[in-house]
Design a protein around this ligand. Structure first.
Ligand SMILES: NC(=O)c1ccc[n+]([C@@H]2O[C@H](COP(=O)([O-])OP(=O)(O)OC[C@H]3O[C@@H](n4cnc5c(N)ncnc54)[C@H](OP(=O)(O)O)[C@@H]3O)[C@@H](O)[C@H]2O)c1
Length: 316
């Protein structure tokens, strides 16, 4: 079969022949239909992600660990956990029996690859308990996940949305009520967070962490004695850095509560959350900006930049 094959850590996957997977008794062969190429896949291949060691332990290997494809009976499913060195970026892959979930009717394979990204934005409700009318700050709103978060926050009834990014042109494309460019000196950015807050940020969906979120947390410390207004920050991504310095006063006096995006997600809540995202996708209320490329173009697609918030989806 044809596959995107990674020969060395830090290399580019090449379109070439790879032995077809053979399923063991407890495994199933998937015919791959669509795979989203995300930052995490590139970081794993580059050796800069904590999971790199596991996924590149055996080389050559096929990158990407989830996708959408068909079971031997033709059912369209989202699958994960392929048996290494098989990954998703191939005509076929092999997964443990049961490592899949059916894709609902009316959702095409490429769109299905992005549903999980929209689900992370549902953490505004599942982790932070967003109620309609509240103000939401989306940190890192020009990427795929951030742009979807702005749309999802709107659909969840956010009253006011503030979006941050590094590029004014891209920030104009994001349908927010106010925008902040984070590519400015620290004091200017701190002041921008204060100027844009209105009555205060109720929920922050944070795809950045690092410097911008450190400055935000400092900006939320009250300057005068006052009862704090609670701000529920949901940690979802780390595009601006894996760590930050958390000043004690940022928690002591600000009313800030920090949650992980997984809070509130479990077997009871997941079906409702997934169902809501699917319903919005089926009705066209939630749209996904994709760039589809054939598997044979993986070499150039892998290195592609300037996607402006569109998800690269490989269609074998
Ligand atoms: N994809 C998912 O399903 C998913 C789910 C949960 C969490 N996440 C995490 O969320 C984050 C964003 O993912 P994504 O898929 O949206 O990635 P993406 O499309 O590549 O977007 C990255 C975003 O981060 C910004 N950015 C990059 N480096 C930055 C820096 N040093 N300072 C400030 N902003 C910076 C980019 O701004 P420019 O537009 O200016 O380059 C862009 O807005 C990642 O940490 C990812 O692991 C992703």
């Amino acid at each position: 079969m044809k596959a995107a094959v990674l020969h060395e850590i830090g290399g580019i996957p090449h379109y070439e022949d790879f032995p077809d997977p053979v399923a063991a008794d407890d495994e199933v062969i998937i015919e791959v239909k669509a795979v989203a190429v995300e930052t995490v896949d590139k970081r794993i291949a580059a050796g800069t992600h904590y999971a790199s060691r596991r996924y590149t332990a055996q080389l050559p290997a096929i990158p990407a660990f989830d996708g959408v494809g068909t079971l031997p009976d033709g059912t369209l499913v989202g699958f994960g956990n392929p048996r290494l060195p098989y990954g998703a970026l191939a005509e076929r892959t092999v997964v443990p029996r049961g490592s899949w979930a059916p894709i609902p009717d009316g959702i095409d394979p490429a769109t299905a690859t992005v549903l999980s990204t929209a689900i992370t934005a549902m953490s505004a409700r599942t982790a932070a308990g967003l109620v309609p009318g509240e103000t939401v700050l989306v940190q890192g709103a020009t990427g795929v996940a951030g742009r979807l978060a702005v749309k999802v926050a709107r659909l969840l009834g956010a009253g006011r949305i503030v979006a941050t990014g590094r590029d004014d042109d891209q920030l104009r494309e994001v349908k927010a009520d106010a925008v902040i460019n984070t590519a400015v000196p620290d004091e200017e950015l701190t002041q921008a967070y204060l100027d844009a807050r209105g009555d205060g940020y109720d929920v922050v969906l944070d795809f950045l962490w690092g410097r911008p979120t450190e400055l935000l947390l400092r900006a939320l410390v009250p300057r005068t004695f006052a009862f704090p207004r609670p701000t529920r920050l949901v940690q979802i991504g780390e595009s601006a850095g894996a760590g930050l310095t958390l000043a004690a006063e940022s928690l002591r006096t600000s009313g800030v509560e920090i949650y992980g995006a997984a809070r509130g997600l479990g077997p009871e809540t997941m079906p409702e959350v997934y169902g809501q995202v699917v319903a919005w996708a089926q009705s066209g209320e939630l749209t996904f900006d994709l760039v589809k490329v054939p598997l044979s173009d993986i070499g150039t697609a892998w290195q592609r930049t300037g996607l402006r918030g569109r998800r690269l989806v490989v269609v074998p």
